[in-house]
Write a protein that binds this ligand. Structure first.
Ligand SMILES: NC(=O)c1ccc[n+]([C@@H]2O[C@H](COP(=O)([O-])OP(=O)(O)OC[C@H]3O[C@@H](n4cnc5c(N)ncnc54)[C@H](O)[C@@H]3O)[C@@H](O)[C@H]2O)c1
Ligand SMILES: [Zn+2]
Length: 359
């Protein structure tokens, strides 16, 4: 078992990582001085697998768990769904100190987090992330949000959880596709700041799916530590936190243009390769490092080429990207595995050239 303390001046909290930790959630919650009702937001898939274990753990510590089960899927990060949860919280007569627990992946975490951040101007939030992506990324850092209109994560807040419990035995039931999605972010952490993590994945590539519990614990710990250290320095996303967007600018474009047929992890994989290629063409990233990045992505089963012929709509989508500055793009580029920097003003022509290479 491993513990990371996220050392924020107003809201310090622990991330607990290890196999079997679901059974300790009740005890830890009690340790934070909560009592009485506990509201669990989850979905039917996760609830079927793990609802009972969480319920038992809470009842054992005299909590009254109430499960609010939301249908599975990204489209549930909506105002309408949040509204339903608010109504249910009203009916339950939830109080200022009633903790809201998210039991699920990033969708449930973002939705439950949004509800916790806004209901009564904020009730305590605890994340119990159940996907690799949620354990290494979305449960840490306090970004909570819902989607609106055509925009993802457009309504939200910075709202830190009081506790994160990451049980790495939950990967047992996670579909390989979801492991791969998470691995895209794991590879990202390796490239932005931990060459040792990158090598760890390289050396375990064949047996990596399904993800073994010990390897899972090591990976989650290393990624969560990186994100925690970044959040501590830049809680509200005003600078350093940008480096977490490595692969995400082109990635978001690919995701959007595909109408979300390309998953987030797949899109980020392509985005990471695009940024690495740009860096290589600008003379920063050596060819050998570029090859390692391509090769690891390919070996975990993520795409290295942009699916579909429509590079022009992708370029248009990128021109609308919010990170665009004065017609040129601002990108996070790797200089070597383990180190990135922010490059202002990447020209449209270089971007086009690289996207054509990846088509
Ligand atoms: N807040 C942040 O900082 C942040 C960061 C990254 C991503 N996100 C958000 O996270 C979301 C994506 O999260 P995700 O990739 O976890 O997807 P998800 O929450 O949709 O989960 C993926 C699928 O796995 C299933 N599942 C979850 N845990 C399982 C388990 N242990 N066993 C079997 N099946 C399980 C879910 O039911 C779902 O079908 C997006 O909405 C994205 O915007 C937020
Ligand atoms: Zn991401």
């Amino acid at each position: 078992m491993k513990i990371i303390t996220v050392d924020l001046p107003q809201n310090p909290y622990e991330i607990r990582i290890g196999s079997g930790l679901l059974s300790e959630v009740g005890k830890k919650l009690k340790g934070l001085d909560f009592k009485g009702q506990a509201v669990i937001v989850t979905n039917p898939v996760v609830s079927d697998y793990y609802g009972e274990a969480l319920r038992d753990s809470l009842i054992k510590e005299d909590f009254r768990p109430v499960f609010l089960v939301v249908p599975d899927g990204e489209d549930r990060k909506s105002l309408e769904q949040a509204g339903q949860l608010f109504s249910q919280m009203n009916e339950l007569q939830a109080e200022r100190l009633t903790p809201v627990l998210s039991l699920g992946g990033g969708v449930i975490g973002d939705l439950a987090g949004f509800v916790a951040a806004t209901y009564m101007r904020g009730v305590p939030l605890v994340h119990v992330p159940t996907t690799l992506l949620a354990q290494v990324d979305s449960s840490i850092g306090g970004k909570v949000a819902i989607n609106h209109g055509q925009f993802k994560n457009i309504i939200g807040a910075f709202y830190q959880p009081r506790l994160v419990v990451s049980d790495t035995s939950l990967f047992r039931t996670l579909p390989p596709e979801e492991i791969r999605n998470g691995l895209a972010e794991v590879i990202k952490y390796g490239i932005i700041s931990d060459s040792g993590l990158f090598s760890l994945i390289e050396s375990h590539i064949d047996p990596i799916i399904p993800l073994d519990e010990n390897l899972g614990e090591e990976i989650v710990f290393r990624c969560a530590s990186i994100k925690a250290r970044i959040i501590e320095k830049d809680e509200h996303d005003q600078g350093l936190r940008n480096i977490l967007n490595y692969g995400h600018t082109v990635g978001h474009g690919v995701e959007t243009v595909s109408g979300y047929a390309v998953s987030h992890g797949q899109a980020v994989a392509i985005g990471m390769i695009a940024a690495a290629l740009i860096s290589h063409h600008l003379g920063f990233l050596p060819g050998s490092e570029l090859e390692r990045i391509k090769s690891i992505i390919q070996k975990v089963g993520l795409p290295v080429k942009i699916p579909g012929p429509d590079i022009q709509s992708l370029i248009q989508a990128l021109q609308h990207d919010k990170k665009k500055v004065g017609g040129n793009l601002r990108l996070v580029l790797p200089e070597k595995i383990g180190k990135v920097f922010i490059q202002e003003g990447v020209s449209r022509s270089l971007l086009e050239q690289v996207l054509e290479e990846l088509a």
